[in-house]
Design a protein around this ligand. Structure first.
Ligand code: IPE
Ligand code: IPE
Ligand code: MG
Length: 248
């Protein structure tokens, strides 16, 4: 059991996941792609509950990208319907979990926007894991928005040109309420970021698995964490420096 191998004192605070492979999972079974999305949505419940049990502070799930708007309309509307079905309060209340969203929410159907805002509001005082869905999200969109906001505040004299630092950029991103992810997991076999958290993943550890998202279970989340904990994060230093700092 990988769960027992996890060092609870060195848990990642923020795990980001690219939930990929729903369509192929369904096609393999002779089903429509949307069946895979439905099954994938169920896995979100399991993974969120496991993250809460473990004590992970933030779980950021890539749910619908800016580029996914280019999928056939039928698939997009099925995805929106599934999303609406799963934005339920009970799961969050039962797990004392918060809900947040990153992305261009204004592009989502009004019914989804209303459900999102309601869930954010009713879960805001919960204390455990914050589940963040990236909806209508892409990193280039997010960074462009941040640049616009910073430029506008500079023109208004709220920030000076010299006052623009890496911290300023971080603070103007959608993710400004969370630490950067220590671990990013991508299911479904592809090894790419697909426009996800480009700035935030500057020093993130990547974990790729061939498992399709509907087959990704609690034990596999634990396996990814154990793998992450076995790595040495050097941040540009030498291995010896890191070891001697750990000994202090
Ligand atoms: C991920 O699964 C879910 C979304 C992108 C919405 P896919 O739908 O991309 O599944 P594959 O990659 O086609 O198998
Ligand atoms: C990435 O998956 C987006 C989400 C998981 C929501 P895609 O299936 O859209 O990624 P690409 O286009 O194959 O890279
Ligand atoms: Mg895909």
């Amino acid at each position: 059991m990988y769960r027992e191998q996890i060092d609870m004192n060195r848990l990642p605070h923020h795990v980001a996941i690219i939930m990929d492979g729903n369509g192929r999972w369904a096609q393999l079974r002779g089903e429509k792609r949307t069946v895979g999305h439905q099954e994938g949505a169920m896995r979100v419940h399991n993974i969120m509950e496991e993250a809460t049990r473990l004590g992970i502070d933030y779980l950021t799930l890539y749910t619908f990208s800016t580029e996914n708007w280019n999928r056939p309309e039928e698939e997009v509307s099925a995805l929106m319907a599934i999303l609406l079905q799963h934005l339920e309060q009970d799961l969050f209340m039962k797990n004392d979990a918060r809900f947040r969203v990153i992305g261009d929410v204004s592009r989502l159907p009004q019914t989804v926007q209303d459900a999102v805002n309601h869930l954010i509001d009713v879960t805001k005082d919960n204390k455990k894991t914050c589940l963040v869905l990236a909806l209508s999200y892409s990193s280039k969109w997010e960074i462009t928005q941040a640049i616009r906001k910073i430029a506008s505040e500079t023109l208004q004299g709220k920030i000076s040109l010299d006052g623009i630092t890496e911290q300023t950029v971080t603070e103007h991103l959608e993710t400004n309420f969370m630490p950067e992810p220590e671990l990013l997991i991508r299911t479904g076999g592809e090894q790419r970021l697909s426009n996800y958290l480009l700035w935030q993943c500057a020093y993130t550890e990547f974990y790729f698995t061939d498992t399709y998202w509907p087959d990704f279970d609690e034990e596999q989340l634990c396996k990814a964490i154990v793998d992450y904990q076995g790595r040495q994060r050097r941040f540009g230093k030498t291995g010896e420096q890191v070891k001697s700092e750990e000994g202090k």
